[in-house]
Design a protein around this ligand. Structure first.
Ligand code: XIL
Length: 460
């Protein structure tokens, strides 16, 4: 079964060394007026999450795991979920003929980047192969097919996955069981059987039931709660519940933390498994600010409950999100835009995880803060934020000197020139004014090698 797999081993030192560099040095601000202000920025989300004892994951598409997409997926997250690659229709499109290529690739990538993998998903009503859904099966045949499927797939990745979303979306909105191939053919106990078979195949993987619209306290989440309670009472192996969290802008349920807590109190883990927050397109700065607040609310709720295992976003970039395909007119649901620039939601996640803590500037000052937003082998994206409190600017210029040969290749929302190591960035025609209490941000891409220390910036 494992013949075509290449095993890769955990490679830690190099990559974690880069992460340590991020964590250690990004503390610079320059003041127009008096004093100095220290800002911590740019620490990868995975390091912030780890410091809080949380896992931060993203769904990924195997074929995209190179270039900037691969750098962010590997650099910012410590868990991956295959978006589609482990679904039954993907792994066994023809009966008895398996295709593990994308799933194997994602597992290998995760291992090379010291990441966990969340298996998704074994028993679902959707994305099944047509030979299965079009077939006519007796109860015994259907049960045998499901047992074989679970045993084959879980065994293949035995010992390599942190968790499995064993059963996906079993409930209707009113808390009754969804009418599916499985429920109709096998009865409600297909859930207990699936968990039992999965546990037999890999006793070390944490086994979850995963669903949507179960984030707040409602009829559906209460049905899930009652199910988990009865499974535990029966001794069925159930380790956690997955709250998918495909949310709409401004609609984070007020009972999210309370709901996570009640599952935790039952003795199971809770994971937010598929977070995205969609908005009606086009996006604008008001919507992006609301989205940032919404992302922060979800992460805050997870951080607040010890048994909340972590949060996985369903795609980290708007260029790899299912939302526009499925919810007409909606999009911009993830923390990075289509060009891999971090959105306000990214900063909000970092803030929830304890990063980006800023010491407020002394009154009567404008400050410039330099941060590395993301970094890959040969380049990085930087940002400078100019903020005023008790003072204001009508134009600005920010200067710094690179200490390790970094070179700016492109800038936006400022005009940047570099001469040798000296960089000077001046406001664009439209953003010279920084009012009291306001801020302006510009960004740039640059190359680096060896090391990427954060320079001291001066605002003039
Ligand atoms: C989605 C994928 O992201 C899409 O690429 C695919 O076309 C459909 O499925 N709930 C789930 C996920 O559990 O598996 C779904 O993923 C999104 C909803």
């Amino acid at each position: 079964m494992r013949t075509s797999r290449t095993r890769s081993f955990r490679i830690r030192p190099l990559r974690r060394g880069v992460a340590a560099l991020f964590a250690g040095v990004l503390t610079v601000a320059a003041l127009l007026a008096a004093g100095t202000t220290a800002h911590a920025a740019g620490t990868p989300l995975r390091d912030l999450a780890a410091a809080k004892g949380k896992v931060i994951g993203t769904a990924v598409t195997g074929s995209k795991l190179t270039g900037t997409y691969g750098d962010i997926a590997g650099g910012q997250f410590n868990s991956l979920t295959p978006g589609n690659a482990m679904k039954w229709g993907s792994v066994e499109p023809t009966r008895g003929s398996f295709n593990w290529a994308e799933a194997d690739q994602i597992v290998a990538f995760a291992q090379a980047h010291d990441q966990q993998v969340r298996g998704h998903t074994l028993v679902w009503h959707s994305q099944n192969p047509s030979w299965l859904t079009n077939g006519t099966w007796t109860t015994a045949e259907l049960s045998g097919l499901l047992q074989d499927h679970i045993t084959t797939e879980v065994t293949r990745y035995k010992g390599e996955l942190a968790a499995w979303d064993v059963v996906n979306e079993p409930f209707n909105e009113d808390g009754t069981y969804r009418s599916t191939l499985w429920y109709n053919g096998l009865g409600a106990d297909y859930i207990a059987q699936a968990l039992t078979w999965a546990h037999a195949a890999d006793p070390s993987a944490k086994l979850y039931i995963n669903d949507y619209n179960v984030e707040g306290v409602n009829a559906k989440s209460t049905a899930l709660y009652d199910l988990v309670k009865s499974l535990k009472a029966r001794g069925v192996p159930i380790d956690g519940v997955g709250l998918q969290a495909h949310l709409i802008l401004g609609q984070v349920p007020g009972t999210l933390q309370q709901n996570i807590q009640r599952f935790a109190d039952l003795g199971v883990d809770v994971a937010v498994t598929e977070l995205d927050i969609r908005m009606q397109l086009p996006s604008d700065s008001t919507k992006l600010a609301q989205q940032a607040a919404d992302y922060k609310a979800v992460f805050d709720a997870c951080v607040a409950v010890t048994r909340c295992y972590g949060v996985t976003v369903w795609g980290f970039t708007d260029s790899d999100s299912w939302i526009p395909d499925v919810f007409s007119g909606y999009g911009a649901a993830t923390p990075y835009d289509e060009n891999y620039a971090p959105k306000p939601a990214y900063d909000a996640i970092a803030a929830s995880l304890g990063g980006g803590t800023t010491t407020p500037p002394p009154t009567g000052a404008c400050t410039a803060t330099y941060s590395v937003q993301s970094q890959w082998n040969t380049g990085f994206t930087g940002q400078v934020r100019i903020a005023c409190s008790g003072a204001a600017l009508s134009s600005w210029k920010v200067n710094w000197t690179y200490g390790a040969g970094q070179r700016i290749t492109q800038a936006w929302n400022a005009t940047c020139t570099q001469s040798g190591a000296a960089v000077s960035c001046a406001n664009a025609s439209y953003n010279g004014s920084v009012p009291d209490g306001g801020s302006v941000t510009f960004g740039f891409n640059a190359s680096w090698s060896g090391s990427n220390p954060v320079p001291t910036v001066t605002l003039g």
